[in-house]
Design a binder for this molecule. Structure first.
Ligand code: 4AD
Ligand code: MG
Length: 458
């Protein structure tokens, strides 16, 4: 169907002014005066609508009655002109109804609650809020690829079905075609007859495969869906979320922290340049001061504090935390919020966590207690990046795995990378959906995903 995008009309008006154009889209609002009808049409190419001016008794106008309905889809032909309000509009010659929209269309009102919109995920991309979210999601994805491509990283595709639990937190969704049968005497027998001949699940992180790829390609990144059967019913957890995981050889912890900061600033800058309309929308309706916040983020240094110092800061804060702080405890959301929102007032890397609360693969520090790991915490959300230098020493890695009771035979390939030409290397995982929350001010991860999957909800 030959037509012009509304974005093209509004972005390059001089090219189309006073010519006849065809547009297609959905009716956002429709109103009538005595002789003239007005339709605000949106086609998803831009947040902005084009106004159609229709003289009712003009010859050949077409099926106007069904077109003057919110949610109806139509094709309109007319002259693109400067409007009296200093914007642009179309003086319509003809309208063709593409799809009528009955009165039970749920998006009648201009503003709905986000809770309500979550009940109609199949229709919510037609709401302005979600048009803006998905535009930013798209731009941010491009920015991710652009950053790594420019910096010599190879984009690799790690498998989604895997036999290993990278984080060791037991949150793996099982993948099976084999119904359980009481005749199996033990697990091993059951899994042996399953599709892969062994226990399989959905990946919780592409890191282990990423490390193997980096060990030949030097610098790689993955960008794909990851799955965690976490029962955390929070605004920041999804069972299916997207993760960006670079892995860099010959990089130590301080190198990867520098890369992570550079990367975050790059992708934010890119969205600020390319999604101005959307960010203005979020700035006005979702998070007042958002643009100023992002400007500060790209123009100033992130904070950096050791875990041990962070614990001291929290203890001296005078705050009554629900979870008391002691060296060795995992930082809870309330602690993360205090550090990044109240104490630092900007993104902050917390570095060198106790080994006992972190995953097996992290580089063991000489103090024998901590690992070279860091989380990047940001105001409003908490952790958006989990990062570490990897343990490159075969013996130390094996010992960490044994200490956690891991089955070494399941990780033999991974251990091989430390056996054959091991090198210092580091990487991180950015929760992409959380990054979108941060850049847009959206408060719930469910509103960054097209079809969010969370515990109890599919
Ligand atoms: O901190 P995590 O668990 O780190 C890893 O998976 C490492 N293997 C990454 C690496 O070094 N390659 O997860 C990384 C990030 C978190 O910081 C968070 O932003 C996001 O993934 N994340 C989630 N996002 C949404 N829903 C969930 N359930 C998430 N779990 C983690
Ligand atoms: Mg983490």
């Amino acid at each position: 169907m030959k037509h012009t995008d509304i974005k093209a009309l509004l972005c390059e008006p001089d090219k189309y002014l006073d010519t006849q154009v065809t547009v297609c889209g959905w009716v956002r609002t429709a109103r009538d005066s005595k002789n003239i009808s007005f339709i605000e049409l949106n086609d998803g190419t831009t947040l902005n609508n084009i106004q159609l001016i229709i003289e009712k008794d003009k010859d050949g106008i077409g099926e106007l009655k069904d077109a003057m309905v919110v949610g109806a889809s139509l094709k309109a032909v007319g002259k693109f002109i400067v409007s009296e309000r200093n914007g642009y509009e179309m003086n319509i010659d003809s309208i063709t109804l593409l799809g009528a929209c009955p009165s039970d269309y749920p998006l009648q009102k201009k503003r709905h609650t986000l809770e309500f919109l979550r009940t109609i995920p199949h229709l919510r991309p037609r709401a302005r809020y979600f048009e803006a979210v998905f535009a930013v999601r798209d731009q941010l994805s491009h920015a991710v690829h652009s950053y790594f491509h420019k910096n010599g990283y190879k984009y690799v595709h790690a498998p989604i079905i895997t036999g290993s639990d990278c984080e060791g937190a037991g949150e793996v969704f099982r993948v099976t075609t084999q119904p359980w049968n009481a005749e199996y005497k033990e697990e091993g027998e059951y899994f042996a007859e399953d599709f892969f001949g062994k226990k399989a699940g959905l990946t919780v992180s592409a890191q282990l495969e990423g490390e193997m790829a980096a060990m030949g390609l030097g610098r790689i990144y993955t960008f794909g869906p990851t799955f965690r059967a976490e029962h955390s019913n929070t605004t920041r957890h999804a069972a299916e979320f997207w993760q960006i995981e670079p892995e860099v050889c010959f990089a130590e912890i301080d190198d990867i922290i520098e890369i992570a900061e550079d990367f975050i600033k790059y992708i934010i800058r890119d969205v600020m340049e390319n999604c101005k309309t959307e960010l203005e929308f979020f700035n006005q309706w979702v998070e007042k001061g958002l643009i100023e916040k992002l400007t500060n983020v790209v123009n100033s240094d992130f904070g950096k504090v050791t875990y041990t110092e962070a614990v001291e800061i929290l203890k001296k804060s005078g705050k009554e935390f629900k979870f008391p702080v002691e060296w060795g405890c995992d930082l809870q959301t309330e602690h993360e919020k205090y550090l990044t929102e109240e104490y630092f007032g900007k993104p902050v890397f917390v570095v060198h966590y106790p080994a006992d609360i972190k995953a097996f693969y992290m580089k063991q520090n000489p103090d024998g207690k901590t690992v070279a790991a860091t989380d990047l915490l940001v105001p409003g959300i908490g952790e958006i990046i989990g990062c570490s230098e990897r343990e490159a020493d075969y013996g130390k890695l094996k010992a960490a795995m044994e200490k956690r009771g891991m089955k070494l035979e399941e990780y033999q390939d991974y251990l091989d990378t430390r056996k054959y030409g091991s090198v210092p290397h580091s990487g991180f995982g950015l929760g992409f959906d959380r990054a979108i929350m941060y850049v847009t001010g959206v408060q719930n991860i469910r509103d960054t995903l097209l079809f969010p999957r969370t515990v109890g909800s599919l």
